[in-house]
Design a protein around this ligand. Sequence first.
Ligand code: ASP
Ligand code: MG
Length: 423
Amino acid sequence: MSLIVMKFGGTSLADLERIRHAARHVKREVDAGHQVAVIVSAMAGTTNQLVKWCEEASALHDAREYDAVVSTGEQVSAGLMAIVLQDMGISARSFTGWQVPVRTSDVHGAARIQSIESDDLRSRLSEGQVCVITGFQGISSLNRITTLGRGGSDTSAVAVAAALGADRCDIYTDVDGVYTTDPRIAPRAQRLSRISFEEMLEMASLGAKVLQTRSVELAMAKGVRLVVRSSFDDPDAPQVAPDGSNSGVPGTLVCDEDEIVEQQIVSGVTLAKSEAKITIRSVKDRPGVAAAVFGALADEQIVVDMIVQNVSDDGRQTDITFTVPDAEYDRAMNAITSDRERFEYDTITGAKGGAKISVIGVGMRSHAGVAASMFRALSEKGINIQLITTSEIKTSVLIAEEYAELAVRALHTYYGLDREEEG
Ligand code: ASP
Ligand code: MG
């Protein structure tokens, strides 16, 4: 017998029929003798509508009331899930965030979970009751309802799984797992049977939008084994991986690196479009210059992504290049040029429309030459590299947006990630 946390996203709960379908997944686990806590998102589209109403009610609305409004979507789906489960003969009840309670910081709209009281949940679970808990929300020290930020119910699920010491946290969504790259770009992308937390973190933050980044950070910190799987699967199908792999579940297991026996050097290729590049030439090469430049951007709340600083021959001047989202380009340019005296540079140039391509894999730690082979693969396609950054398990390049898809496909093939053609 295991304790399993099952989280269902908005598309998996879009209408009553889907909620019933999701409930059949819950029933399967209950029938197998497991203890089950369910975390629900709001029904698809609901949260967007609630956010819109707040904005229309007042542009400068009270953030505490925003949370009171946008948290309601989850209460509806939790109640409906409990009703549907009861209808199937399963003992179930709903909990909102404050009823558990899930205690959070008081940063409304972006609260962080601080603790979860699990005694009551635990005793109900051990009596065979399914606890259906609203994701995305909690309660502050001032007894106000808080929300965790968009996509936050993934984080709720992981936090509940950690608090209960669950054996697994299954994230049911509209895709059947984590892929080596976006299948819409590279049709021969493959579902990964396993991926390490660290790789998943890179994938999540680089735009593979399956899991909220914070939920992966939390899972890694607390050692919660996550499974990304499709809620649209037949609930009564055998619970094995479709490719017969050893993950033991039909989906992608996100787990500790040690649990992955046959490590690929590269596990995935990601793409982030609409990156603008800005280069500041001949700034003074002395302490505090980078701090001043990036401080000015931070003051404007502009998130900088890639950063490269050159070393100049004379040691007196240097060039700094960095990227920001296209949408922030004008503001970023303005933040630097409006205070030209302060930064003492020669020229500043920039352009929108870059694409960041990254190859990710924990195997890079122990294998030489991954960056070199990436550059070779791109050069073979005649793609120019504008900027390079690396971390321990990732190499990223900035290229012109028009070559983005070509680059992803080329690298995917180059690293042997293509699915074998059937036939
Ligand atoms: N319903 C919330 C949202 O749409 C939370 C979630 O779905 O994870 O952002
Ligand atoms: Mg989501």
